[in-house]
Design a binder for this molecule. Structure first.
Ligand code: NAP
Length: 493
């Protein structure tokens, strides 16, 4: 069974919907005309839509209570469906191919007409939260044997999504559509084929951006170009990045490019999870072979894995997990990635002549401290929470101080190389500058681990003062190359 890619059309006019369709036509199989988004006056022209679209179309009028925009009564909705189905043609491409009717919509007249012209009925249920028995729910939706049941729900965790994958194994030979809404559903959209869903729903880039739904929805270009959707099959090996809000992470781009270049049947997904356990349970169920681990799970996940490298133990954080025969092994490639990027930035391998200020004392700072020590640098760690700075400093025989204007002298004293490891200034907190009390002289070299945005407020100030600066993108790339080797057993480049 192949999963069809559907573009949901949410423009206010038929013409605008047709242009949106044109943009993505090569990447989709079906278009869903959401009449609930159309201007009232446009409804007059919906009958010709399938012929003009030139691909199979779904006619949908979603009510507000089901997550749509339609505010009229059920009679008015019935009239819209009747208008969409009227004067059915013997040439099927001139008719809507599907109509989406909610399970509680009393629409027997419309259904008769649809069946007479071989227009398939999608019998849908949109739940705001998961249900206990997914199989029973799907089976209960089918009123007529040719109906395609559709169950959409908003997941509260990956655990809810896991239940859907389990249910899909029990109804493998039936036709159905499932769709998980919310940030925890993104991985399941990309893996719709593994769910045996007849359709995966995508939205235009413009709709996603306008409604700030980047953490929840995918456009057809991203689905194909970034995740290689058309090539995913049962033999595809799955990898991913786990953490909070990782659905816009840059890591899928790096890894999927590597898989493509090496001709490997593998896909790397963003997997937003509520906790490390939520993420690992999902990974175990889907037999995911390797994971990148990001904030805030790098330390929390350690007790849940089978073993970790000596370096990860020392740092207290893992950013890479490899599944070998159902056992998880943890590594830390941030150290290698940072070392490579720092040496490239400074064009020297020995930090003996540097006094280094490390700003922050979280997981990333630990990797940084490890590298600064290994390259023989002297350092002072500045952090908002002094004890955390002290803990790391004592491990490496570095100095430490509270990140506060009272320690400005100490900061100037260690300012030849400033390594900013906090997440202050990272999207979405663009206005924060963790060194706002410090004036750059222009002589400092400044390496910041943040890569989104490319230039933070702090980095901009440093550059304007004349400092040499570097953001975290090269580190991200280099640590990913080491992960790729651990995942695929091959060099990235
Ligand atoms: P983490 O373990 O959560 O640590 C966060 C650190 O930031 C802590 O020291 C925290 O101070 C400090 N902090 C947070 N908000 C602050 C503020 N408003 N003012 C001052 N300090 C603040 O996070 P992490 O894993 O170390 O990651 C930190 C950053 O490094 C993130 O931006 C991440 O994207 C980046 N990173 C980049 C790469 C790369 O490849 N380029 C790799 C790893 C990490 P307290 O201790 O006082 O809470």
């Amino acid at each position: 069974m192949s999963t069809k890619v559907c573009l949901v059309l949410t423009e206010k006019t038929i013409e605008k919907n047709l242009s949106a369709l044109e943009k993505y036509k090569k990447l989709i199989d079906i278009a869903e005309l959401r009449v609930d988004y159309l201007n009232q006056s446009e409804i007059l022209y919906l009958r010709n839509f399938p012929e003009r679209a030139g691909i199979p179309c779904i006619l949908t009028v979603r009510r507000k209570s089901d997550g749509g925009n339609f505010m009229g009564g059920e009679g008015a909705r019935m009239t819209i469906f009747a208008r969409g189905l009227a004067f059915a043609s013997t040439n099927p491409i001139k008719n809507f191919s599907y109509i989406d009717l909610e399970s509680d919509f009393d629409s027997s007249g419309i259904e008769e007409a649809a069946r007479a012209f071989d227009i398939k009925i999608i019998r849908s249920l949109h739940a705001k939260s998961p249900v206990k028995n997914i199989v029973k729910t799907l089976e209960g939706l089918r009123r007529f044997e040719t109906d395609i049941p559709k169950f959409a729900f908003r997941a509260n965790s990956l655990n809810d999504v896991s239940e859907l994958f389990k249910a899909s194994k029990l109804i493998e030979n039936q036709e159905y559509i499932v769709s998980v809404m919310g940030p925890y559903g993104v991985a399941s959209r990309i893996l719709s084929k593994k769910l045996n869903s007849q359709i995966v729903y995508t939205f235009t880039h413009e709709y996603i951006k306008k409604n700030k739904l980047e953490q929840e929805l995918i456009d057809p270009e991203k689905l194909e170009d970034l995740y290689g959707f058309s090539k995913i099959d049962n033999a595809t090996t799955i990898y991913g990045v786990i953490g909070k809000d990782v659905n816009t992470s840059l890591s899928p781009k790096i890894h999927n490019t590597g898989f493509k270049r090496k001709n490997l049947n593998s896909v790397y997904l963003p997997i937003s999870a509520v906790s490390p356990k939520d993420a690992l349970d999902f990974a175990n169920l889907l037999n995911i072979k390797g994971l990148s681990v990001t904030a805030p799970f790098k330390g929390e996940i350690i007790p849940l894995v089978n073993s970790i490298s000596e370096a990860s133990k020392f740092i207290g954080a893992v950013n890479t997990l490899v599944n070998e025969n159902k056992k998880w092994f943890g590594y830390n490639t941030d150290v290698d990635g940072f070392e490579q990027a720092l040496i490239e930035f400074l064009n020297e391998k020995d930090l003996r002549r540097y006094k280094v200020a490390i700003i922050g004392a979280g997981g990333a700072a630990r990797a940084v401290a490890q590298v600064v020590k290994a390259l023989h640098g002297k350092a002072c760690i500045f952090n908002r929470t002094a004890e955390k700075a002290q803990n790391i400093a004592e491990k490496y025989n570095f100095k430490w101080a509270l990140l506060d204007p009272i320690n400005i002298k100490q900061l100037y004293n260690f300012s030849e190389l400033i390594i900013q490891t906090t997440n202050a200034g990272m999207e979405p907190n663009l206005d924060v500058d963790p060194l706002s009390f410090y004036t750059f002289t222009g002589k400092e070299k400044v390496f910041e681990l943040i890569y989104r945005p490319e230039t933070t407020k702090l980095l901009k100030r440093a550059r304007t003062a004349g400092c040499r600066v570097c953001n975290g993108y090269k580190m991200l790339e280099y640590q990913a190359y080491h992960q790729f080797k651990a995942f695929a057993g091959k060099e990235y480049l």
